[in-house]
Ligand binder design. Structure first.
Ligand code: PLP
Length: 396
């Protein structure tokens, strides 16, 4: 007997994907450069040359079976040591290789981390707007998602609402800074408030509440903004990282989970991560990609390109009279719908060949998301379309 819930999930692809497919259809009809596709978070900045060369080097120099063989379930020990050394050098947190579990990207990291802390009847708190897969992974781990809003003036969490949402069944709170879809970065003040509230709730309920920090955009920050690192503020933190965005290699599927070395039951948490990875079949992340990232610690794609794109798209959109909070990180701009309806905004934008993702996909109404990880020429070409759309709303 087939699982009805899985059929439903398989048949209802995400709105983002639908928009992307619509874009492909339009591109075939009217030409690639006529469609202004801002739908997907697929990095347009190339993977660094030295990363590509690392693949070549390994393929030419390292022999099978090591190259193509299984690594140990949590990842190659030498790879984990290299990563751990780099993280200590950069962030001075006192981690060890045994705190790291290599994964097939941040999505796998999240699915494993959530299953390791949740059981049937648990709650997972997410801040709206949020990456839609949090709900899928939480529910798969037997938990229900509890949505807590952010303050729309700066997209920082609403802490009064968070305090109300916490309860004895809260297993985890997910943060994502820099954020998809708002581009907001958690301030130090927010991190401290979050850590205080969670610490107090753990004491009050006599439970463990894990902070799951989803960090695929960790390096993508602008104007010298320094993201506050959750591990520095809250002990029971589990970091979910990937190189999908920082090295522009989302298709190679490589990331890690790091249990904070300050977690109260550090070793047990790691055992639960291993058990969860095993139960989901997520053991031995792609070996070749593990070796490649280990050879490229501290390297990023040319992130300056995103900084330029951000400036350009922000100016175009706000000069037209649309409202948006200037993003501090990631590569997304979250724009308020002039009609208050995000879906209507996205539909109307299609008339101008603009593909903007409606915000209800992220659990909030009234906005669209622009992914500006696109060729700069596309952003330049979009100015006229945004002006047309603004005129349509009577903004100019
Ligand atoms: N978390 C967030 C917030 C994302 O935006 C994404 C991908 O876009 C992921 C996780 C998944 O990343 P990965 O491709 O490394 O699985």
């Amino acid at each position: 007997m087939l699982n009805e819930k899985m059929i439903e999930m398989g048949e209802n692809s995400s709105v983002i994907r639908e928009l992307f497919e619509y874009g492909n259809k339009r591109k075939a009809e009217i030409g690639e450069d006529k469609v202004l596709d801002f739908s997907l978070g697929n990095p347009n900045v190339p993977c660094p040359e030295r990363v590509t060369r690392s693949f070549y080097y390994l393929l030419e120099e390292v022999e099978t079976p090591q190259l193509h063989g299984y690594t140990s379930a949590p990842g190659d020990i030498q790879v984990r040591k290299t990563i751990s050394d780099y993280i200590n050098e950069r962030y001075e947190i006192g981690c060890e290789p045994s705190d790291f579990y290599m994964t097939a990207g941040a999505a796998a990291s999240l699915a494993i981390a959530l299953r390791s802390v949740c059981s049937e009847g648990s709650n997972v708190i997410v801040f709206t707007p949020y990456f839609p897969e949090y709900k899928v992974f939480s529910e798969n781990a037997g938990a229900a998602v509890v949505e807590v809003p952010v303050r729309t003036e700066d997209f920082q969490p609403d802490f009064d609402k968070l305090a109300e949402a916490l309860g004895p069944d809260t297993a985890a709170v997910i943060v994502n800074s820099p954020n998809n879809p708002t581009g907001a970065v958690l301030t130090e003040e927010s991190m401290k408030a979050l850590a205080d509230i969670l610490g107090e709730a753990q004491q009050r309920f006599g439970t463990e509440i894990f902070l799951i920090s989803d960090e695929p955009y960790r390096e993508l920050v602008y104007d010298g903004v320094k993201p506050a690192l959750p591990v520095d503020y809250y002990d029971n933190t589990i970091v979910c990282y990937s190189w999908s965005k920082s090295l522009s290699m989302p298709g190679d599927r490589i990331g890690y989970i790091m249990v904070s070395p300050r977690a109260e039951r550090r070793k047990k948490v790691f055992s639960a991560i291993c058990g969860s990875g095993r139960s989901l079949g997520y053991v031995c992340a792609p070996a070749l990609a593990q070796y490649v990232v280990a050879m490229n610690q501290g390297i990023t794609s040319n992130l300056e390109e995103y900084a330029k794109n951000r400036q350009l798209i922000y100016e175009i959109v706000t000069d037209c009279g649309f409202e948006a909070v200037r993003p501090d990180g990631a590569f997304y701009l979250f724009v308020k719908s002039p009609s208050g309806d995000g879906k209507e905004f996205s539909e109307r934008a299609k008339k101008y060949e603009l593909l903007l993702v409606p915000s209800d996909s992220f659990g909030i109404e009234g906005y669209v998301r622009i992914s500006y990880c696109v060729d700069q020429k596309q952003i330049e070409r979009s100015a006229e379309a945004f002006r047309g759309l603004a005129a349509d709303y009577g903004l100019i």
